[in-house]
Design a binder for this molecule. Structure first.
Ligand code: TRP
Ligand code: ZN
Length: 887
């Protein structure tokens, strides 16, 4: 029955008769359905007649039957919102073609052909920021994952590699700079148009999939530099920005040169073109994109100076520049066969950028930061309705799978391989991988196989990390009798959507057994758990040792153990593994808060736990052997998300209350030490060396506790820090603390900050974020007002995220018991979905956590998700996320 044409329902209910047709479910794409494309496209020529409102694209494809595929009589070219203006085959106008669901299907006899298709697009109307779009008067592209089909009809899939030649022409005044992938081979003025019109032709010698295509045209200037590769080739480097941003590009350039050097030294990877261009764009859906020879970046990950960027921003730039550069090998030279293999490039490249940043900034703190991110974003994803393996089995919209699981858990999985096989064997494995698959579209299985062959190890059972979702739980028990310590490890992998039963994983756990009396251990051990349960024995312990386990976070699992407060305090003070030391502190605090939220803790028990935590933190503040960067980590309270994760169902209000109460108590109890630490650190320089950065970190940490314990004192010191700040780190830190207070300085400094930086969008983003993430009791009202601020717009993803991602991550405001926070985010999703579906869909996961939230709030969250699901004309992106979250 054709539902759309049914005149009325059987009972004639007029309401039902008016009901719209059921929306078509976007199809589910399955990994096991992969088939190679029937055609090869050895060469592609693209000609662009550029205009902000009309760009004409002439695409010429040389095609030939793919010998690895069954032959086909038709050529299906993906399209999204395109109409062919003309279709030619072998130089003749063709009639034997049809449109099917946006795609262009051309009848084609087996054999080589040349296919030429003309399309016209409107970059100014492209608010999705996928394909060719206009941003601030310039034109740029974003093609990953499936954006190329919004530019030209093409086999828009990563396993079709082609050599591209790109010709661009346009008005010189609007587009003085014309860039594409590879090398510029020619340029000139257009005949008959005086010098008003010009063109450039680029050629990329390396075959690539369409998702790596890029084009940029605009009024840009560049910082230029050069790099000499390990084989002595000179590479011209350029970072392209708007003229006023040029002074803020030096850090990005330094980061690029360091990345190029590091990849040669650590992975033996050399750059392979004569130029490497980076362009910064203000409107961008993600962080950056690794297009071959022409990386396109969100301005957030390029522009920095001490006045406007925090230490964290500097690190972010270094890390993302490295990430995109590293993709040149892990992603571009070896690309993905299909999008289910996304972690092949992303997980591996994240590991590479993490290793790089560890080498640049110091290993310990970077590792702690990476683990904190994993546990606050990926663990919740893995225990919720959107959980998926790092190599997913199905999707409806691939953009929804650019997740922390694919990226960060993907990196952890490869890091575990490295931990088990050792650095040298690991390098042999990656060398073989790059050599064996250079120029190919590979799979995760290809990667694992190359690692096995290169390193000479068996990763048979280890492969389950690619197919099973969910964070394994490892229960740990240490017993002692006579001279022997016995360690029993038992693993369970929780059920996840579509995967009710799990098999045991290979879990490498680094551990050390400490002698309580001397505070020393006899060396680190690696215990690899392969079965459900194993007992490991360690001889020669006259007394029960103190266990330090999952050192360096050697496996992405959650450890469950009954550690005494004394043991945790011992490890927090003595563990020589910095991560384990941090972890002991976190465990101490999380354990206490979980008990408190669960109720039933006597006042005496609470006081004794508080005193233990206070004592441990006091030791951290005063320990002269700690550097400030590490001290800052140890002083960080576990996040609300992480605490809530430990509970089956959490009452966000209660968790917040108890966490704030502990913070305030610590602020009062340690007031003298905190004030002294703040004063001492205020004497440090405003430079970017480790010591100065560490000092800034502990200064703001001190403010956080002081403001909680003694708001008047906190306000006074924060206002002074704001006024005397010589860096954005100090100024932003002070303003963050003031934003959570109700005193007058909050308003004064917010006004000052806005006026000081009104011309700088990246800093105004901070101004929105700080208010939306604030502890202030009226945050909801503030966010509503900010949504109406003249500087707020739904059209710029950075601005949307600065207000609403900060808000959705704000534990007290987003989870307001009234449900108002949920309503606001649902309203945002509905308003944003038609404009920028990809960004809209990214706001669904915070709402999708309803099963883990107490019933009152959970029912409101669910109702809001249902309201979204019922909306007309929902994008594939949001539709998929909302329905998965409701299942
Ligand atoms: N490949 C990019 C990266 O990880 C990710 C990316 C950039 C992206 N822009 C995108 C993914 C748009 C999907 C859509 O570096
Ligand atoms: Zn990437």
């Amino acid at each position: 029955m054709d539902i759309a044409r049914t005149p009325s329902t059987p009972d004639g209910n007029p309401e039902m008769a008016d009901a719209p047709p059921a929306p078509k479910q976007p199809p589910l794409i399955r990994r096991e359905d992969y088939t190679p494309f029937p055609w090869r496209v050895p060469e592609t020529r693209l000609e662009f007649a550029l205009g902000i409102e009309t760009t004409r694209v002439t695409a010429t494809l040389v095609v030939a039957p793919n010998p690895d595929s069954a032959p086909s009589q038709e050529l299906r070219l993906s399209g999204d919102g395109l109409e062919p203006r003309s279709v030619e085959v072998d130089g003749q106008g063709a009639n034997d073609w049809r449109m099917d669901d946006g795609d262009l299907v051309i009848a084609l006899s087996p054999g080589p052909h040349e296919v030429r298709i003309v399309t016209e697009i409107d970059p100014a109307a492209n608010s999705q920021l996928m394909g060719l779009y206009a941003s601030n008067g310039m034109l740029c592209t974003q093609c990953e994952a499936e954006g190329f089909r919004r530019i030209a009809f093409f086999p828009d899939r990563p396993d079709v590699l082609s050599t591209y030649t790109v010709r661009m022409e346009g008005p010189k005044e609007l587009f003085p700079v014309l860039l594409s992938n590879g090398n510029k081979v020619d340029e000139g003025d257009e005949h008959g148009a005086g010098d008003a019109w010009h063109w450039a032709e680029w050629h990329d010698p390396w075959p690539k999939p369409s998702y790596l295509f890029a084009l940029v045209a605009g009024d840009l200037v560049s910082r230029k530099d050069s790099f000499t590769t390990m084989s002595g080739r000179e590479v011209e480097l350029a970072i392209w920005v708007r003229a006023e941003d040029l002074p803020r590009t030096s850090h990005a350039m330094e980061s690029l040169k360091k990345s190029m050097k590091w990849d040669e030294e650590v992975f033996g990877r050399e750059y392979d073109l004569d130029v490497f261009n980076i362009v910064a764009v203000g409107d961008f859906n993600m962080g950056a994109m690794e297009n071959k020879g022409l990386n396109v970046f969100n301005t957030k990950y390029v522009l920095a100076d001490p006045e406007t960027a925090t230490d964290g921003d500097y690190d972010g730039i270094e890390g993302v520049i490295a990430h995109e550069y590293f993709h040149n090998w892990s992603g571009n030279r070896v690309t993905c066969r299909d999008w289910f293999q996304l972690s092949l490039k992303e997980g591996f490249t994240v590991l590479r950028d993490q290793m790089f940043s560890q080498d640049m900034q110091g290993e310990a703190v970077k590792r702690i930061e990476d683990v904190r991110l994993l546990r606050s974003v990926q663990f919740p994803e893995d225990s919720g309705p959107l959980a998926h393996p790092i190599r997913p089995d199905s999707f409806r919209e691939i953009s929804n799978f650019y997740t922390s699981t694919i990226y960060n858990k993907g990196a952890e999985v490869i890091r575990m391989m490295r931990t088990m096989m050792g650095a040298e064997s690991f390098r042999k494995g990656t060398d073989l991988y790059f050599e064996r698959h250079d120029g190919e579209a590979a799979t995760c299985e290809d990667f694992v196989k190359a690692m096995e062959d290169g390193a000479g190890v068996d990763l048979g059972q280890f492969r389950r990390w690619y197919s099973q979702a969910g964070t394994p739980k490892v229960e740990v028990e240490l017993t002692h009798d006579g001279e022997t310590a016995r360690l029993t490890l038992r693993q369970t992998v929780p059920p996840t959507p579509g995967q009710p039963d799990k098999l045991p994983m290979v879990i490498p756990l680094k551990l050390a057994l400490f002698d309580r009396a001397t505070g020393r251990h006899r060396g680190e051990e690696l215990a690899v758990l392969v079965g459900e349960q194993t007992t490991f024995e360690y001889a020669g312990f006259a007394e029960k040792p103190v266990l330090s386990i999952n050192r360096g976070f050697s496996a992405p699992v959650s450890i469950e153990r009954e550690a005494s407060v004394e043991d945790l305090v011992f490890l927090a003070a003595h563990d020589d593994d910095p991560f384990a030391r941090y972890e002991a502190m976190q465990e101490l605090i999380v354990g206490h808060l979980v008990e408190l939220v669960g109720g039933g803790l006597s006042e005496a028990a609470r006081d004794s736990a508080r005193n233990a935590i206070g004592g441990a933190l006091r030791a951290v503040i005063t320990d002269p052997k700690l550097d400030d960067s590490m001290r800052g980590e140890l002083l960080m309270l576990p996040s609300q998300t992480y605490i809530s994760e430990q509970l089956l169902v959490a009452d966000p209000g209660r968790v917040h209350e108890e966490r704030e109460a502990l913070k305030a108590w610590l602020g009062r109890t340690l007031e003298a030490e905190l004030v002294a630490m703040h004063e001492r650190a205020s004497g440090a320089s405003s430079g970017i060396d480790q010591a100065a950065r560490g000092a800034r970190k502990v200064k703001t940490q001190a403010l956080v506790f002081l403001a909680a314990g003694n708001p008047a004192l906190g306000e006074r010191i924060a206002a002074a820090q704001y006024d005397s700040a010589e860096t954005m780190t100090d100024r932003q830190g002070a303003l963050m603390v003031l934003c959570g207070l109700t005193g007058p300085e909050r308003t004064h400094k917010l006004i000052d900050f806005y006026n000081r930086y009104r011309g700088n969008p990246l800093v105004i983003d901070k101004w929105f974020s700080l208010q939306a993430a604030s502890l202030h009791p009226n945050t909801i009202e503030h966010v509503k007002a900010l949504a109406g601020h003249p500087d707020f717009t739904l059209k710029n993803p950075n601005r949307v995220r600065s207000l609403y991602m900060a808000f959705a991550g704000n534990p007290h405001a987003f989870h307001a018991a009234s449900g108002e926070g949920y309503r606001m985010v649902a309203d945002l999703i509905l308003a944003l979905d038609p404009l920028n579906a990809q960004t809209a869909a990214r706001f669904v996961p915070p709402m999708g956590r309803w099963r883990r939230v107490e019933p009152g709030r959970a029912s409101i969250m669910r109702a809001e998700l249902e309201r979204i699901a019922g909306a007309q004309g929902l994008s594939r992106d949001t539709f998929e996320q909302v329905t998965r979250s409701l299942d």
